[in-house]
Ligand binder design. Structure first.
Ligand code: IPE
Ligand code: IPE
Ligand code: MG
Length: 235
């Protein structure tokens, strides 16, 4: 008898490879980022259909400010436009948006857009979509520690965990990076302690349902031991 596999509760993705996708087509890098938004829309729907409860994506890192100025401003513009365009469909699909990252440093327009999209999707409950924007894993650990210090709270794993920007969701079970690079680039340094890592050579704009299913199949083939022995896990 076939046993139905439980989907990962929380999938996290480093959406990498937009620039290369565009460059291979002799297009400006921003065209790759636009195609990346299309790919994200498809991925969100695919995750909801597969019963995944939480999807966390890396959209803009603390270090991405170091890119050419026109690419940075293009990305900010793209985010602002995508927000107003995508929210109605996200509501239809039951998606609740959270933006994770440092908001100071973003323009008033972008900040207000993020807050509005969060408000408008706050009642949805099928899938939580965390968009990490102006996010870095080191920023998150430091801001959590600073909060505890300001409140005079003891720093423990549990108290830090509660003060982190992703405290509203469980740690990711599966962490995917597209684009062929095998590094975290400052993504979820704390939360990925026991995530299963899957690296895909597909560039993000080409990451489709089949590629997602491949990553989920790789996840199901792993034995998660959390420090125990294989014999203990099987018992
Ligand atoms: C990821 O794609 C998106 C962002 C970092 C904003 P890249 O823009 O890093 O694409 P490559 O790695 O240059 O191909
Ligand atoms: C990681 O990709 C950040 C995002 C996908 C938003 P990068 O393209 O910035 O990572 P590096 O520079 O290759 O490590
Ligand atoms: Mg990249």
């Amino acid at each position: 008898m076939a046993v139905a596999l439980v989907p990962p509760r929380h999938v996290a993705i480093v959406m990498d490879g937009n620039g290369r996708w565009a460059q291979r087509r002799f297009l400006p890098r921003l065209a790759g980022h636009k195609q990346g938004v299309e790919s994200l829309r498809r991925c969100v729907q695919a995750c909801a259909q597969r019963g995944i409860g939480v999807l966390t994506v890396f959209a803009f890192s603390s270090e991405n400010w170091n890119r050419p100025q026109d690419e940075v401003s293009g990305l900010m513009e793209l985010l602002a436009k995508a927000l107003t365009r995508e929210v109605p469909q996200l509501c239809k699909d039951g998606v609740r948006l959270h933006f994770v990252g440092e908001r100071t440093g973003l323009s008033d327009k972008v900040r207000e857009g993020l807050a509005q999209a969060e408000r408008e999707t706050a009642h949805n409950s099928r899938l939580v979509l965390n968009v990490c924007f102006n996010y870095g894993g080191r920023w998150d650990i430091a801001q959590a520690a600073a909060q505890l210090a300001a409140r005079g709270e003891a720093i423990t794993e549990a108290s830090l965990d509660r003060a982190m920007a992703l405290s509203h969701v469980p740690d990711p079970d599966l962490l995917i990076r597209t684009g062929g690079e095998m590094r975290l680039s400052n993504f979820l340094l704390w939360q990925a302690a026991y995530s299963e890592l899957v690296f895909s050579d597909r560039l993000w704009p080409e990451f489709d349902e089949a590629a997602l299913d491949e990553a989920i199949a790789a996840f199901h083939a792993r034995e998660r031991r959390f420090g125990k022995t294989s014999e203990q896990v099987k018992a």
